[in-house]
Design a protein around this ligand. Structure first.
Ligand code: COI
Length: 331
């Protein structure tokens, strides 16, 4: 098969090579994302895969279809970059993603950030670097097994998070419209309001779509207990950023760990020389010692990068062989 992969980073190349060693496929690697400017490169290919946070332009669906490509293989979990109505209208019959490339990669990162915030490690380190070795009572901490963790969105990643927190002895509450009995050992299912009101740490792992956009706003942050630690590694659009930052600045939230912000696609994988060029939300968060903001890096492990490449290519192969891809996004 002839496949073009967009949004390719250097760390993916050896995995593509490993695939080619086994399959003798022709694979073209493009570092740019799939956009109306880059879509022409896909002419003559049988399959297309992309890894990006930029939404797909309508011209992309039109052109893919014109090139005879009916399957779009995302090399990421999040499918909010796809407008399914437009994609289907232009003849893209199938969109696949890689929902389980490594749930643990993200879950472990979220746990690390939550424990940092709970134990105020970055705050203490900053003080120590300034020569301040004192321990004011405001920096006294608590232990994770005494805490309640709320998981919003109990899918592959949310359940992996629940499992980690539960292994550490925390009480874990979960909210998800879909009930899955196999996660019961790690959490107690409940409604969203109970999660918001009872959790000390809230971690969100919900897909972003029209039904979940800004599902956490001023009302939801107000329902959270004073001092709640909020973790978002999913998508910035799930929260009303202004309401979240206001809750942090007012002292209502005890800390935030954000791997994503709604304006991130402008900066994804870029270097911004002058931090003053960053939007106000990034600049406000940078002033808060209890905000840990990372550059959409929670997924970034060896296992994850390998599986993103391999699972995506495998689904293209299956589609082209007339089989159903393993991970069709069925909306
Ligand atoms: C995803 O897989 O959905 C992610 O968030 C990571 C990706 C954008 C590199």
């Amino acid at each position: 098969m002839k496949v073009i992969m967009y949004g390719v980073s250097d760390d993916e190349r050896r995995h593509v090579q490993a695939w080619q060693d086994q399959h003798q496929d022709e694979i073209k690697l493009v570092t740019e994302p799939l956009t109306k400017e880059t879509i022409a490169l896909a002419a003559g290919f049988d399959g297309v895969s992309t890894k990006q946070v930029e939404s797909l332009d309508e011209e992309v669906y039109q052109q893919l279809s014109a090139f005879g490509i009916k399957h779009l293989a995302l090399r990421i979990v999040g499918y909010n970059i796809v407008d399914f109505d437009k994609a289907h209208a232009h003849g893209i019959t199938t969109v696949s993603n890689v929902p389980a490339y490594s749930p643990r990669a993200i879950a472990e990162n979220g746990l690390a950030v939550a424990l940092n915030l709970l134990r105020k490690i970055s705050v203490l380190q900053d003080r120590e670097r300034r020569g301040d070795f004192t321990l004011p009572e405001s920096l006294m901490s608590e232990e994770i097994y005494t805490k309640t963790v709320g998981v919003i969105g109990v899918g592959n990643i949310g359940s992996a998070s629940a499992q980690l927190y539960s292994a550490l002895g925390a009480r874990v509450l979960g909210y998800d419209p879909i009930y899955r009995a196999n996660y019961e050992p790690y959490l107690t299912y409940t409604d969203l309001e109970t999660v918001l009101k009872e959790a000390d740490i809230i971690t969100i792992h919900t897909p972003l779509d029209d039904s979940t956009r800004e599902m956490l706003g001023a009302k939801e942050f107000a329902l959270m207990k004073p001092g709640t630690i909020f973790i978002n590694q999913a998508r910035g659009g799930l929260v009303d950023t202004e309401a979240m930052i206001a809750a942090l600045e007012s002292g209502h939230l005890g800390g935030v760990g954000l791997d994503v912000l709604s304006s991130e696609s402008e900066f994804f994988w870029k270097v911004i020389e002058d931090p003053a060029q960053l939007p106000a939300d990034y600049q406000r968060l940078a002033k808060m010692p209890n905000a840990i903001v990372t550059p959409h890096s929670a997924y970034y492990t060896q296992t994850a990068v390998r599986n993103m490449v391999m699972q995506s290519l495998e689904d293209i192969r299956r589609f082209l062989d007339g089989q159903k891809p393993l991970y069709v996004v069925d909306l």
